[in-house]
Design a protein around this ligand. Structure first.
Ligand SMILES: [Ca+2]
Ligand SMILES: [Ca+2]
Ligand SMILES: [Ca+2]
Length: 562
């Protein structure tokens, strides 16, 4: 049973308001197009019957918020090939492809892709610029599209075609569909301009899982791949948007690229809904194999977490996006605008060919701040793994400035500097400093381990170690040596200031190899054990020789690191 305290409550209230208690199940029995009688109930006639609550063709009259189910004779996939665009959904409706015998939602656990069995395919090859399915207008609030393959077999489809178009509508669920990829879960059959398009305005749209639980529900995963444009795109005034637990740019198994020839997700104008920091959720998606991973501009109040960008659904195997992993910034041609309150947490952004994470303010009249980074794995991206930039492309490492008064993306927060990292058994001590705005203030720094760094490799933050909260002195300086429980003895450490008082995160610090006191102690000369036959003076002399040798060795080892 699905359970979403935040959304189901509102949805049920809206459903009751919009439709009363009536609903009719209209069962599609034919893949034919048109609304003539004598061919069985077609999808076109069913949508019209649901919209108008009158009998159309061989379909019965709808009654308020209806359900379109499928029961088409024969095994295998049934492909509906509309000759002209289908009617837009204009009244509250559920289209349930999983009602077709032989179909089944995904049951695989997170990280293993989708084994959904789809039996109803809508092929948009013949409908030109239109969307395969459109949901339009407030009377269509509370609409669900599930269990469909929405594809195009057209060889040269014109530019404006989408799989699903939402316009001026709220409370829409898009769940358990394949969009741009055939029911076999492998073959690209992309829509001409992208998978899903959110046109102004949309509210309370869920793409994927709406369960307010840590792990999205498997049955609600969409596979949005193979399109000739972005997987999901929106161009303004979207709020309470949830994109959770989908595959974008991969095959259904989540292991190979079936690219969207556009970003996996490209959104501008995501707005605050209830002005909570997590009004909008983009979480637990695998976004890999696309022409660019995710681009968010002029957007706010977003929890962007647990996404896998540039890796397969297993979270580990490389599956790069061509281009950058994640862009968050302004639109240089639109001002003033504010991009703020985006929490980027626990994502893996790796292997992408155009860089990892770019936070940019390209127009000084705009505000881009409060992009807070928490425990992300940023590694093995071509170019820079993390970049605060003054342009909408990378500008490389930004130098720390005295007093940190420079302005730009995340106020160009100065990065930490690490001067020592010492492993000692089960602890790791990191000496680091921060020089920033000249006032006493609180900052949080995150520390990461990386097996490789330096010698030509870009600084990477691969595995989160721990956080440290510090306070600068009145001059804006901090130097300290926090000690963390850690068994690490080699590799490199890297730090990021993840939050000042405005949740501005910095670029990466320098990376520094871990020196291990444990290894040195093993190689040190054994200290003599006093015996009853030794004189007190002999024992002291022996101890001094041993301590001297150990100190000399440590000094040599430290100097070798400089
Ligand atoms: Ca109806
Ligand atoms: Ca930079
Ligand atoms: Ca700065």
């Amino acid at each position: 049973m699905k359970f979403s305290p935040r959304w189901r409550h509102f949805a049920l209230a809206a459903l009751a308001y919009a439709t009363g208690v009536n609903a009719t199940t209209i069962t599609v029995t034919s893949v034919a197009d048109g609304i003539a009688t004598g061919v069985g109930c077609t999808l076109r006639a069913a949508i019209e019957a649901a919209n108008t609550d009158t009998a159309v063709g061989d379909c019965p009259a709808g009654s308020g918020g209806d359900v379109i189910a499928f029961n088409i004779a024969g095994a295998g996939v049934h492909t509906i090939l509309p000759a002209t665009p289908l009617p837009s959904v204009t009244q509250s409706l559920t289209i349930d492809g999983y009602s077709q015998p032989g179909s089944a939602p995904n049951t695989l656990p997170a990280g293993q892709g989708s084994n959904a069995q789809l039996r109803i395919e809508i092929d948009a090859a013949n409908i030109g610029n239109a969307a395969a399915l459109s949901v339009v207008g407030p009377a269509a609030n509370v609409t669900t599209i599930r269990g469909l393959a929405i594809t195009s077999s057209g060889a040269a489809v014109c530019c404006a075609q989408r799989g699903i178009l939402l316009s001026n509508v709220s409370f829409v669920w898009i769940q358990g569909n394949f969009i741009g990829i055939a029911p076999d879960g492998v073959t690209a059959k992309g829509l001409g301009a992208g998978g899903i398009f959110l046109s102004t305005p949309t509210r309370q749209v869920t793409i994927g899982s709406d369960a307010f639980v840590p792990t999205p529900l498997a049955a609600e995963m969409n596979v949005i791949s193979g399109n000739r444009g972005p997987g999901i795109q929106g161009n303004g005034s979207t709020a309470n948007l949830w994109i959770r637990g989908n595959l974008l740019g991969t095959n259904a198994a989540g292991v190979a690229a079936v690219p969207n020839v556009g970003a996996g997700i490209q959104m501008s104008g995501i707005l605050a809904g209830n002005a909570m920091w997590n009004d909008n959720l983009i979480t637990h998606n695998t976004i890999s194999g696309n022409l660019g991973g995710v681009a968010l501009s002029e957007s706010r109040q977003i929890d962007f977490s647990f996404n896998r960008i540039g890796v397969a659904a297993d979270g580990v195997s490389p599956l790069p996006n061509t281009g950058r992993g994640l862009d968050i910034g302004d639109n240089p041609f639109s001002s003033p605008s504010t991009t703020t309150t985006v929490r980027v947490a626990n994502n893996t952004i790796a292997n992408n060919t155009g860089g990892g994470l770019l936070i940019y303010r390209a127009n000084a009249a705009n505000t881009v701040n409060g992009i807070r980074l928490v425990a992300n794995a940023l590694y093995n991206n071509t170019g820079y793994n993390l970049d605060l930039s003054a342009t909408s492309t990378s500008d490389g490492p930004t130098m720390n400035d005295a007093g940190d008064s420079d302005q730009g993306a995340n106020a160009l927060q100065n990065a930490p500097t690490i001067s020592a990292a010492t492993a000692n058994g089960s602890t790791l001590s990191i000496t680091w400093n921060l020089a920033t705005n000249p006032s006493a203030a609180t900052f949080i720094a995150d520390f990461f381990h990386s097996p490789t760094c330096g010698a030509g490799a870009p600084v990477a933050a691969r595995t989160f170690i721990n956080s440290s909260q510090i306070t600068t002195n009145a001059q804006g300086n901090y130097t300290g040596m926090p000690t963390f429980a850690s068994a690490l003895t080699n590799g490199f450490v890297v730090a990021i200031v993840t939050a000042d008082s405005s949740s501005n995160s910095s670029e990466l610090s320098n990376c520094l190899p871990i020196a291990s006191l444990v290894q040195q102690a093993v190689a040190s000369p054994a200290l003599p054990v006093p015996t009853t036959n030794s004189s007190f003076a002999q024992v002291i002399l022996s101890l001094l020789i041993g301590v001297s040798a150990l100190a000399s060795r440590q000094g040599r080892d430290r100097s070798a690191l400089r």
